[in-house]
Design a protein around this ligand. Structure first.
Ligand SMILES: Cc1cc2nc3c(=O)[nH]c(=O)nc-3n(C[C@H](O)[C@H](O)[C@H](O)COP(=O)(O)OP(=O)(O)OC[C@H]3O[C@@H](n4cnc5c(N)ncnc54)[C@H](O)[C@@H]3O)c2cc1C
Length: 497
């Protein structure tokens, strides 16, 4: 018997829908399926040992959301706390969604999916997974695959290769795989990077460390403000129902975000000044804002992290943390040598340098025996792909909460599944229509519009987009909230079989 035959699982359980991942998108998908497609059999496969995705993977000190939970929370489940939430609070909220809707019986943990093969002869997917507890391979079949695997590899973060790293005598740590035993008390810590992760981590550890330095190649925009929504608190004091508060606060936040996003395109200089003023209020007139907090790009070309109560800036003002804007020449035995000639001594170096983009959960896909090359496909509204049958993909927003889109995609998928049932279709494949044939095909996103590192490193792996809303992820919640419910399922972009 060959080794692969010996390892092959014997039988396959079948489901109407198989959901990949039990993060905020996968748990939301499960909720929407139970409520909108009753009678549909489904399973959620998750490689980790519990639900939460991002909020379980990341365990560095201070881990919290950088957008508000009124919009990062689901539309259907009121958020009742402060807008910026810790990972623990988000996990508790998700746990309640699972309990209140009896979803636990649908979720199988410790199932890492490795392969997914579509057969047009059978109109179904075969999914191969490996159980992380027993190592046993296990096989499922499903009519429809709902990809809720997020956008980055969960097992490890992205760390660039710098000269001399092996020489460093201290510890090098990536926040995504934060060691439980890491003792940073009274240690000199350098955090490389100035994105949301660095901004969260630094104030959380600053008090305990000897000093923490944020080393950035170039500055980042931050928003500051209180971690409170006065209107929510006031409505609560008036005894208004939480369902109403949730909806009112969502609408208010979304309107303000729409205004802010528009302003960052039409009046970028004004928005830039406003953001920088917020930073100056904490750091005072003598701080070198021009060097350390004045980015060279237009606001929103990268995600803007919200700093509740300016805690990062307070740590800098109090001298517990500092910022260095420079580039690494080499690691040394005791720290970093920078291109300016300056050196930074460190006991611990934290590489808050981002993610490995993983478009489809590092799963090998084949369609009728041929490997799927995602970058050869064109995306249908950033949630399906031309030539790939019976699949939906959740990819949230950059400039608004991810879950807003997870909810919209979920409603669409449920409508599509119900439509297929009604017309007796077993397969749906997006295809360019005659009027789309001469459409220019472009990379997934325009780097002029949004260009974080993980996206730029992985752009060549992502589907292409066209120049019409149907054939791109517009990143525009305010348009999609009306467009998605109105999608004509009989449009020629959907080929049923
Ligand atoms: C530190 C951090 C903070 C963030 N803060 C915000 C924020 O405040 N607001 C916001 O809008 N966005 C934020 N994001 C983006 C965030 O990832 C998403 O908003 C959201 O949590 C993604 O949810 P998800 O369920 O789609 O994916 P994930 O949270 O990535 O979950 C995907 C799940 O799928 C599982 N999975 C993947 N591949 C496989 C496989 N092959 N087999 C089985 N299971 C698999 C993973 O184990 C994981 O549990 C943040 C991201 C990070 C890293």
């Amino acid at each position: 018997m060959t080794e692969s035959a010996a390892r092959a699982p014997e039988s396959a359980e079948h489901f109407d829908v198989l959901i990949v991942g039990a993060g905020i998108s996968g748990v939301g998908a499960a909720y929407h399926l139970t409520t909108r497609c009753p009678g549909t059999s489904f399973v959620v496969l998750e490689s980790q040992d519990s639900f939460g995705g991002t909020w379980r993977t990341h365990r560095y000190p201070g881990i919290r959301s950088d957008s508000d939970l009124y919009t990062f929370g689901y539309r259907f489940k009121p958020w009742t706390g402060a807008p910026i939430a810790t990972a623990a609070e988000i996990l508790k909220y998700m746990g309640e969604v699972i309990d209140e809707n009896d979803l636990a019986r649908h979720i199988r943990y410790r199932h890492a999916i490795t392969r997914a093969s579509w057969s047009s002869a059978d109109n179904r997917w075969t999914i191969e997974a490996r159980r992380s507890d027993t190592g046993k391979p296990i096989r499922f079949t499903a009519n429809f695959l709902w990809m809720c695997q997020g956008y980055y590899r969960h097992s490890e973060g992205y760390t660039p290769e710098w000269p001399g790293m092996a020489r460093f005598r201290g510890r090098i740590v990536h926040p995504q795989t934060w060691p439980e035993d890491l003792d940073y008390a009274k240690k000199r810590v350098v955090v490389i990077g100035s994105g949301a992760t660095a901004a969260t981590l630094i104030p959380a550890i600053a008090d305990a460390t000897a000093h923490v330095t944020m080393l950035q190649r170039s500055p980042t925009f931050f928003r500051t403000g209180r971690n409170a929504i006065p209107i929510a608190d006031e409505l609560r004091e008036l005894g208004i129902d939480e369902t109403w508060i949730h909806e009112i606060v969502r609408r208010k936040i979304l309107r303000e975000q729409a205004f802010f996003t528009r302003a960052s395109f039409v009046a970028p200089e004004r928005v830039k000044e406003e953001l920088i003023r917020g930073v100056r209020e904490y750091l005072g007139p003598d701080y070198d804002i021009a060097t350390h907090f004045t980015p060279h790009y237009r606001p929103w070309r990268q995600r803007i992290a919200f700093i509740p109560d300016g805690d990062l800036l307070q740590a800098i003002r109090d001298g517990k943390a500092s910022v260095v804007t420079d580039e690494i020449e080499t690691f040394t035995e005791c720290g970093l040598q920078l291109k300016s000639g300056e050196t930074l001594e460190a006991d611990i170096i934290v590489t808050a340098t981002g993610f490995h983009l993983s478009a489809l959960g590092d799963i090998d896909f084949t369609i009728d025996g041929k490997p799927l090359v995602l970058s050869d496909t064109v995306t249908y509204r950033g949630m399906m792909f031309t030539g790939v049958p019976n699949i939906a993909w959740v990819f949230g927003y950059f400039r608004a909460s991810w879950t807003l889109r997870a909810d919209l995609v979920a409603e669409f998928v449920c409508r599509l599944l119900n439509h297929m049932k009604m017309i007796g279709a077993r397969r749906v494949v997006p295809a360019l229509r005659p009027e789309d044939r001469d459409m220019p095909l472009l990379p997934w996103i325009d780097p002029e519009n949004f260009n974080p590192g993980y996206m730029m490193r992985g752009l060549h792996l992502l589907p292409r987009r066209g120049d019409k809303p149907e054939w791109q992820h517009t990143q525009d919640y305010w348009a999609e909230k009306d467009e998605f419910p109105a999608i004509d399922l009989d449009d020629a972009a959907f080929v049923y079989g």
